[in-house]
Design a protein around this ligand. Structure first.
Ligand code: CAA
Length: 282
């Protein structure tokens, strides 16, 4: 594989484009507005500067990596040469289904179509294409250049060959891939989101304050961020939507989102991206 198309240039999309370009792949980064793409390139450049500062990348390698990224505002043009497409658009089922119908139409017949979805069913996404065996989940973690995990999700129809090639490809990015099956929340969010929800319930029920809850988990369990800070970092709207996928997918009330989380999202307090969640960000 040489040519990778990344659909969506937000936090995850620009991180995914960053790591592929850094490891020698030609990247076509696609988004709907030129200003989104400009912002993404500036973010990648800034994040590569951190790596240059730490000696993980030279200035020359940084420039060569950036030169391997082309940008497109038309999906049709951005995927014509793709060996692999990684979709990292907003976490919305209808939007993703629409994108995959188009990818199936415009990407080469042999291309693998991957989604970075954090919880939407790969099987459901694959079913709108004519190549369900070539559709797979490639779930990177935020911040993508730093986090080692790629959760590789096999949909019901994903072929053995495609799974193997995505596992190997992840290793060429110096990531540690883990193969999982396609059930609600996969593994990462099936375990992470109930913990975050329980932390929010602990605030809601007045068990302890926000800082105190995060401190217990940071110092007591050696988590790099407390669950409430992590929820802000992921986005409270994203946490809410993943919990709803779990609740609906398993039909089990244990996944019901805490009413405080629902209220915060409805009020527009979505965490880092809106400037306020459990903490304030200036
Ligand atoms: N690009 C490149 N490098 C980056 C970076 C980026 N975007 N963000 C951070 N870094 C680097 C920093 O330069 C720094 O490097 P050194 O330690 O070598 O100096 C290192 O990462 C740590 O960063 P900071 O010093 O800025 O801050 P920190 O020590 O607090 O670490 C963190 C930041 C890596 C984000 C850490 O807090 C952490 O691991 N948090 C938990 C992250 C996590 O759980 N992510 C998964 C979220 S869930 C998800 O993504 C999936 C989902 O479906 C919801």
């Amino acid at each position: 594989m040489k040519s990778i198309s990344v659909i969506g240039s937000g936090t995850m999309g620009n991180g995914i484009a960053h790591v592929f370009a850094q490891h020698g792949f030609h990247v076509s980064l696609v988004d709907i507005k030129p200003e989104f793409l400009e912002k993404a390139l500036a973010t990648i450049s800034k994040n590569m500067d951190r790596q240059v500062g730490k000696g993980l990348l030279t200035e020359v390698e940084k420039e060569a990596s950036l030169a391997r990224i082309s940008t497109f505002t038309e999906l049709e043009k951005g995927v014509v040469q793709a060996d692999l497409v990684v979709e990292a658009a907003t976490e919305n089922l209808e939007l993703k289904l629409d994108i995959f119908r188009k990818l199936d139409q415009f990407a080469p017949a042999g291309a693998i179509l991957a989604s970075n979805t954090s919880s939407i069913s790969i099987t459901k996404i694959a079913a709108v294409t004519q190549r369900p065996g070539q559709v797979i989940g490639m779930h990177f973690m935020n911040p993508v250049p730093v986090m080692k995990l790629v959760e590789v999700i096999r949909g019901y129809a994903t072929s053995e060959e495609v799974t193997k090639s995505i596992m190997e490809l992840s290793q060429t990015l110096f990531k540690d891939p883990v193969e999982v099956n396609d059930y609600p929340g996969f593994v990462a969010n099936r375990i992470l989101m109930p913990m975050i929800n329980e932390a929010i319930y602990s605030v809601f029920e007045g068990v302890a304050g926000v800082v105190e809850i995060d401190t217990v988990m940071k110092l007591g369990m050696a988590h790099p961020m407390g669950p409430l800070q992590l929820a802000d970092f992921i986005g409270l709207d994203v946490c809410l939507s993943i919990l709803r996928v779990l609740q609906e997918g398993f039909g089990n009330p244990k996944y019901a989102p805490c009413p405080l989380l629902v209220n915060m999202v409805e009020a527009g307090f979505k965490g880092v991206k809106t400037g306020e969640g459990f903490y304030r960000y200036s």
